[in-house]
Write a protein that binds this ligand. Structure first.
Ligand SMILES: Nc1ncnc2c1ncn2[C@@H]1O[C@H](COP(=O)(O)OP(=O)(O)OP(=O)(O)O)[C@@H](O)[C@H]1O
Ligand SMILES: [Mg+2]
Length: 464
């Protein structure tokens, strides 16, 4: 059992792989007026879908929409995942973006709805505004009284000044420890965060410049601060609702272990947190930032999950939901009902649908060129033209894969530029789906458990 990786690790691995395929995408490639540029930020063509995505993105940025859902539908390899990744790149750094594949929901560690709830709450940011009280000044004097016995509570006094005032503070033992640890002495200019008690040495007072006590070490001499010693400073930070959930359920400590808690967060904890966040909003201490939840391969969800989505989108703290699928009219998972995209009609009814179109030759060529550059592969024009043809006849993904393998073949023969021959070689080595199916059909009698290669009951997008 010990070599079974934990869920978290597995997820991370798939995430790295997924980023790899789209690492050339740096945004949606749109200009100021939301018009997609033909080639920009790693994005090529697919103009209509990109434009639609850009409009959605703009609405998200302006904070105008929450609880809306968008579906990107189209044939395999037409850039649906790429467009979602492009949107993610263009969101501000404070806007949370969560990407999952629908199949990740089905795990033994937690129920489907819990996994979905977590994904939703990961996608909602809470911007918390805090006012920190700071004490800032030059140390005039520190007095620490040690009890004669050496034990017991230590007490002390700290005198600080600015150019306009000075003040005396009583020190508790925790503060004394920090002052000793930071080696604070008279003449230092320090900042104390009143909330956390953290002490920062800002430098040494210029008035001590002539002192010989600090020779050698690099010392930063600064002016004695002006004005009040106590200052207020507003700090902002953004965390996701899920992060708040996790922190608060951990506080229950290790008793959670005995309660058989397997990573699910109790509904009571979430309710309390929702209430807390609502209070903070009312007091002006926090803002909600609806982020984006991207569910790829959404046809892998079942009825229960879809009905959960219906409900969850109605919550007033819902994020924007973006889904993608390459299925046409197909059965809804776990039922005998057929529906467009394998999605129940009541959910479909709430969606804005974006379609991606199959690529033309010029687009495939450009995408392959960008991928070659991304993978640092030098490739001849003929070889690129051949790859483009392969891409059109088989699939864009297949030809993207061939770039990597052809470059390996190339470096094996100590070449510097991938040639037509290198591409031919890998084309023979690795078959695409069409040839693989043909092979299976030709030799089906020799395979174990042979049955006719079944056609699925899925229709292609183009048949819809
Ligand atoms: N318009 C585009 N510009 C640049 N790269 C693209 C574009 N469209 C697709 N790609 C790249 O081509 C590959 C396949 O595209 P992608 O994975 O986005 O297809 P998909 O529509 O999600 O397919 P599937 O339905 O199989 O999931 C990816 O590496 C992607 O980054
Ligand atoms: Mg995809």
């Amino acid at each position: 059992m010990s070599n079974i990786p934990k869920l978290g690790e597995v997820k991370d691995i798939t995430r790295i792989e997924r980023i790899g395929a789209h690492s050339h995408i740096r945004g949606l490639g749109i200009d100021q007026s939301l018009e997609p540029r033909e080639v920009s930020e790693g994005m090529v063509g697919q103009i209509n879908a990109r434009k639609a995505a850009a409009v959605i993105l703009q609405m998200i940025k302006e904070g105008k929409i929450a609880g809306r859902a968008i579906l990107i539908g189209g044939e395999p390899g037409t850039g649906k995942t790429a467009i979602a990744m492009g949107m993610a790149q263009s969101l501000g750094k404070d806007v949370p973006f969560t990407a999952i594949a629908a199949s990740e929901i089905f795990s033994l560690e937690m129920s489907k709805t819990e996994a979905l709830t977590q994904a939703f709450r990961r996608s909602i940011g809470v911007r918390i505004k805090e006012e920190n009280e700071l004490i800032e000044g030059e140390v005039v004097d520190i007095q620490i009284d040690r009890p004669a016995s050496g034990a017991g509570i230590r007490v002390g006094k700290l005198t600080l000044k600015t150019t306009s005032m000075d003040a005396l503070y009583d020190l508790g033992s925790k503060m004394i420890d920090s002052l000793v640890k930071e080696k604070v002495t008279a003449g230092d200019i320090i900042r104390i965060d009143k909330g956390s008690g953290k002490i920062t040495k800002l430098g040494r007072s210029i008035s001590r410049l002539r002192d010989h006590e600090v020779s050698g070490a690099k010392v930063n001499f600064i002016e004695c601060p002006e004005g009040e010693i106590q200052k207020r400073k507003e700090v902002e930070h953004t965390v996701s609702l899920h992060e708040i959930d996790v922190i608060n359920s951990r506080a229950q400590g290790f008793f959670a272990l005995f309660a058989g808690d397997i990573g699910e967060i109790k509904p009571e904890v979430r309710e309390q947190i929702n209430q807390k966040v609502a209070d903070w909003r009312e007091e002006g201490k926090a803002d909600i930032i609806p982020g984006v939840l991207f569910i790829d391969e959404v046809h892998m969800l079942d009825m229960e999950c879809f009905s959960f989505l219906n409900r969850a989108l109605e919550d007033d703290m819902a994020p924007i939901l973006i889904m993608a699928t390459n299925r046409g009219i197909t059965t809804i998972r776990g039922t005998n009902y057929r529906a467009p995209h394998g999605i129940p009609v009541d959910l479909l009814d709430r969606l804005l649908i974006i379609h991606t179109q199959p690529y033309q030759e010029k687009d495939v060529l450009k995408i392959l060129k960008i991928r070659a550059a991304e993978e640092d592969v030098d490739i001849s024009d003929d070889a690129l033209a051949l790859l483009t043809r392969i891409g059109l006849e088989t699939s864009l993904r297949y030809s993207i894969h061939l770039i990597t393998s052809a470059s390996l073949v190339c470096s094996k023969r100590k070449g510097t530029e991938v040639s037509v021959d290198d591409v031919r070689k890998v084309y023979d080595l690795f078959v695409d789906v069409k040839r693989s199916v043909k092979y299976l059909k030709d030799y089906q009698d020799e395979f174990l458990y042979d049955t006719q290669p079944t056609t699925t009951n899925d229709q292609k997008m183009s048949d819809v």
